[in-house]
Design a protein around this ligand. Structure first.
Ligand code: G6P
Ligand code: 1S3
Length: 622
């Protein structure tokens, strides 16, 4: 593990000054600019207002042109040749490439160049040949994703060559590339000594992710892997070479956490000069102290789902029900789904043993291939809607008739309300209730998975007998699709779902940063993270008493699987013992602690990396 002195050695670099910014252009490049895929999209989007405030029109993003996304989130700007980004775009167009220049319609409205790679494939052969000849990177012809990134890299490299021409700008140019998918331009820019200083940020190493998934002792073995042998082993040699060679060719290497910095040393062969932790744009989340009200509003929406899902078979007190959730890409071990499941089984036992009247409903929100939503789940939802309509109809009839009776009558006693309901509604009510009730256990998964028999979450639930039995105090809903507002089961978007829950559970084994607990915090929802996630490690190093601020850091570094699961179960149990007032208080503390992670407080790490890149460029062109 990195020592404190090594950490502080890195941070001795100074931030880029205002006067240097006035003489510099900065372009950040990523496959996820204006292209919502995962965490890097969140980094760039949330950081944009802070960057634009600092850099003004000296800042630009570069991403792929994907029509469905660009049509909704991108506004073209006029191609004014006195604007260097516009001029470089014009030059690209003159060379026959489709490049768009405009504003990404997100907070801060950063200037953005989007490159359409569709027309590039016929020129890709030459580029690949040179990649092999000059950099010893052979690339197979049939890998669709790799070809896309190479096409993107090819045109991005040309964009930088144009931008750095004295006829386009007399300013220094910094190119900041995120993740291997955007990193190929670094190789030729360095080789041909183009006056562009490059920064490469890796948000995870490719090999690290594969190895962590496959080696139970990944962290112990990390210093000893043979990167090339392992890359061949996982059949990702081209991608790993791009990542490794770009990391070494860049003027400055950065990564998102200390824990991933160690991966960089072992698997990429270079110590990052700066760690650039991920922040959030708090303004986006601060709903003017409304977050407690939003919690109650969206919890009500989750109640609707839970009633439809469970109450056909048995009921429990919603006022004594807590909603826990985990979410993220389906990496069973890396995301800590395994530890979470084990802890839930223990929690169920602990609550049953003391005959608790609390119920915990745990949601697993991730994405796995499925054929359709389970028709039973959809049907219970429809039937609950029918029940609601029926009760509404009865209420309306009773209300109207009662009013009429009261206005025209002389009797001061409350009438028998049954008399106001006609036979049609009585029959409909009885029939709806009869078909509503059934005696099967509520399903643990909401969709029909393509490979139900081999799904690790399902199999673990079955073996631990956590299958929504009436006596279980912990119920489980596995939703193998991400949540958005068009999703028929919840009808709310993901952040609204988060707000409606009580606790996020993310005890990851491999997680370079991990935005999910941070997003919880910003909504005032307490969360569990782990000391093997970049975020958890940052919390331990930089925050006092995180648990009092709604953040539990699960120990995975020095604890084995069982010990981590035991610890997690105890923490979850402790949470179930809080009363409502204590939960409200905890949410207040959580929400106010989240300002710690505002980009305003974290962007200086980027500013240091940019300053270092600038000084290295000045050295090179001297
Ligand atoms: C928010 C609301 C309160 C409500 C509470 C429920 O704080 O402002 O009116 O009582 O949520 O909290 P709970 O933790 O029980 O969901
Ligand atoms: C990566 O995305 P992931 O979920 O594949 O980058 C994210 C942004 O830096 C980071 O939060 C996450 O841990 C990484 O794994």
């Amino acid at each position: 593990m990195r020592t404190k002195s090594e950490k502080s050695r890195r941070s001795s670099t100074r931030r880029i000054s205002k006067s240097n910014i006035s003489k510099t252009l900065l372009c950040e490049v990523a496959w996820e600019v204006c292209n919502q895929v995962g965490g890097i999209y969140t980094v760039l989007r949330s950081k944009a207002p802070t960057m634009v405030r600092k850099w003004g029109d000296h800042y630009c993003l570069v991403g792929p042109y994907i029509e469905s996304q660009a049509s909704a989130a991108f506004d073209p700007l006029p191609l004014d040749p006195s604007d260097p980004f516009a001029k470089a775009t014009l030059n690209l167009r003159e060379k026959g490439f489709e490049a768009h220049y405009g504003e990404w319609l997100v907070s801060g409205r950063p200037r953005t160049v989007l490159i359409n790679i569709d027309g590039v494939y016929d020129r890709l052969g030459d580029y690949k040949y040179h990649l092999w000849e000059n950099h010893d990177i052979a690339t197979p012809s049939d890998d669709g994703l790799l070809n896309k990134t190479l096409a993107f890299g090819y045109v991005t490299e040309l964009f930088f060559r144009e931008l750095a021409r004295p006829t386009v700008t007399n300013k220094h140019v910094l190119g900041h590339f995120h993740e291997w998918m955007a990193a190929t331009p670094i190789l030729n820019l360095r080789r041909d000594n183009i006056p562009v200083s490059t920064i490469f940020t890796t948000h995870a190493t490719l090999l690290g992710r594969y190895l962590a998934m496959n080696d139970p002792d990944f962290y112990d073995h990390l210093p000893f892997y043979d990167w090339h042998k392992e890359a061949l082993n996982f059949n990702i040699e081209s991608q790993v070479k791009i990542e490794r060679f770009a990391a070494n060719a860049a003027d400055v290497l950065t990564t998102v956490s200390e824990i991933t910095a160690q991966e960089c040393v072992s698997l990429l062969g270079r110590q990052p000069e700066e760690v650039v932790p991920n922040g959030i744009n708090i303004e986006r989340f601060t709903a003017f102290h409304e977050f407690q009200n939003l919690h109650i509003e969206y919890k009500e929406r989750i109640h609707q789902f839970v009633m439809a899902h469970f109450f056909q078979n048995y009921t429990f007190n919603l006022d004594k029900t807590l909603y826990f959730f985990t979410s993220g890409r389906y990496e069973f071990k890396n995301k800590g789904f395994d530890v979470t499941l084990e802890a839930l089984a223990k929690l169920n036992y602990m609550l049953q043993r003391e005959d608790s009247d609390m119920t915990v409903v745990m949601f697993f929100v991730t994405r796995q291939p499925f054929n359709s939503i389970n028709p039973d789940v959809l049907q219970s939802r429809a039937m609950m809607e029918e029940l609601r309509q029926t009760t509404k109809g009865i209420l309306k009839q009773v209300g109207e008739r009662m009013f009429y009776a009261a206005a025209s009558g002389t009797d001061y006693e409350l009438p028998n309300l049954n008399e106001f309901v006609d036979e049609y509604w009585k029959l409909r009510f009885r029939r709806t209730l009869q078909s509503w009730k059934n005696d099967r256990f509520p399903p643990i998964v909401t969709h029909n998975l393509e490979d139900d028999a081999n799904d690790e979450i399902l199999n673990t639930l079955r073996t631990s007998n956590l299958i929504n039995k009436p006596e279980d105090r912990v119920k489980v809903v596995y939703h193998p699709d991400f949540i958005n507002s068009t999703n028929p089961l919840f009808g709310i978007d993901y952040m609204q779902f988060v707000r409606g829950c009580h606790l996020g559970v993310f005890p990851s084994y491999y997680e370079p940063w991990g935005y999910t607990p941070l997003e919880c915090m910003a909504c005032g929802i307490p969360a569990v993270t782990s000391d093997l996630s970049g975020f958890g490690e940052y919390v331990i190093d930089n925050m006092n008493e995180p648990e009092n601020k709604g953040l539990v850091v699960n120990n995975r570094k020095d604890a084995d699987f069982q010990a981590s699961a035991d610890q997690l179960a105890r923490k979850l149990y402790k949470f179930t013992q809080l009363d409502r007032r204590e939960r409200i208080d905890m949410r207040n503390k959580t929400e106010s602690a989240s300002t710690f992670f505002d980009w305003k407080n974290l962007v200086h790490h980027y500013e240091k990396a940019h300053n270092l890149a600038l000084s290295r460029l000045k050295e090179r062109v001297k």
